[in-house]
Design a protein around this ligand. Sequence first.
Ligand code: G4P
Length: 547
Amino acid sequence: MSPAQEIARRRTFAIISHPDAGKTTLTEKFLLYGNALHLAGSVTARKNQRATASDWMELEKQRGISISSTVLQFDFAGCAVNLLDTPGHKDFSEDTYRVLTAVDAALMVIDAAKGVEAQTRKLFEVCRRRGVPIFTFMNKCDRPTRDPLDLLDELESVLGLQSSPVVWPLGSGPSFRGVFDRRSREVHLFERVPGGAFRAPESVTSLDDPAVRKKLDDDTYTAVKEQLEMLDGAGHPYDLDAVRHGRQTPVFFGSAVNNFGIELLLNGFLHDSVPPAPRHSVSVTVPGLAQPTTDRVVPVNDPKFSGFIFKIQANMDPKHRDRIAFLRVCSGKFERDMVVTHQRTGKQVRLSSSHKLFGQERETVDEAWPGDVIGLVGHDAFGIGDTLTDDRTIAYDEIPRFPPEVFTYISNPSAGDAKKYRAGLEQLLQEGVVQSFTARNAPPGATLLAAVGPLQFEVVQWRLQSEYNAESRLTPAPWTLLKWVEIPPDLIGPKGFDYSSIVVASGVSFGADKFGHPVVLFPNEWTERYFIEKNPGFTLHRLPIEQ
Ligand code: G4P
């Protein structure tokens, strides 16, 4: 296969959904269709354990939530599919957002009884900002659902997203009989598959076929006829260009647990979705280069290799105790053992330990193409957002940053495991599980942690214990807001800035991020407003600024 063909067949996407909508079940079914289940053990064996191929972490199993992202790779209908699993819990939005920077399309799974839920809305916004195509799967049609036309209206009114149903449900709940394919004008009849372990049998006829007519009760038949006429007359016509630019979403209906509608969804999605898109390289100063890099778009067929790291995870396999950096390939061809430049440090590195990852299974990768995600082991210097390339003029800046919303102090109560505690905390901070800050007046030995959601702190504690055998204690920190502060240059003397010259309300404190950039910590919004009023020369920022 030529490089152009290899790139054209890549499909890299993530599933976005509210917890419980059926993302895990659907992922499992995709693997079933992609003949990749052998890697994960059989569906039936896992059915009782409430764990799946992508739920590898103990905490996830205990809590029944997905907190870490894994990449699942499989082939289907000639496409090489990279499915990036995103954490479902709301507290893990930061990690999820990073993962979404590495995808070219998203599949939005909605529980058809509930419609658009909070977490879906948030994740959708991130995808929309990036302009990636979004496909929609209305799941759980075997249960009573909301009126399908209402569900479409909601996509439009809540998400502002034009929709065009590709398939249409025939009834719902006990009277659900299948779906009508609006492109081929054929009916796919639903048969309940106990346990959902095998590909659901699907027979295809037309809506007027007496066999179909007999299966639908009169009310369902009349309703479906009317709905379809309405869609044909007043619905949005399918517009591939709008789909590919994220302005219109093709909608599919089905039942993941029953394996129904999955093949239609996969085929439709892979066919109309986009191959890897070109990425934007930014202007930055990189060590060893006389000139800053220039702003430009790097074509996917650029012969030079490039990619960026969007996730770091340590100790995925307790037996190995290693650290994996996930890299999205953006241009050129990756070959194992190639020597590339780590742009942030300017150092040359040999990429010899590269893997495909599947839950706890890993397989060595010898080559990869744009759109692929590989796990690189054994490079402690790699950080989230770093570019690796053999073209020094490429530098990606794809990873979004988020203002922290919750704060806590963490410390180590037992002197015996202090070394392990420090090593563990440092590793987790490098992974970006939470952010850390120095804070004036911090309790002795305590580090200030900040995150988007409190469950992130729980993960830190849990991982310190289970992976580093180190105890930790959380102590509440009194702040609810953190802002980066720009100090007027004329106020910075030879000994630095004299913080006592700032007027602040009681309870306000100062600190610095890991790069030493100063931050102000506020107990509430009122103290922030007071700060702004009393110190007009100072500018506050929600996110770090280059200083
Ligand atoms: P998530 O990853 O989005 O959180 O959802 P997950 O797939 O775990 O599904 C949540 C629940 O919804 C599961 O039930 C799952 O079996 C069920 N489910 C998924 N797809 C369908 C569907 O098409 N129809 C119906 N009726 N249910 C569906 P559970 O009771 O939490 O777990 P389990 O005991 O069934 O595994």
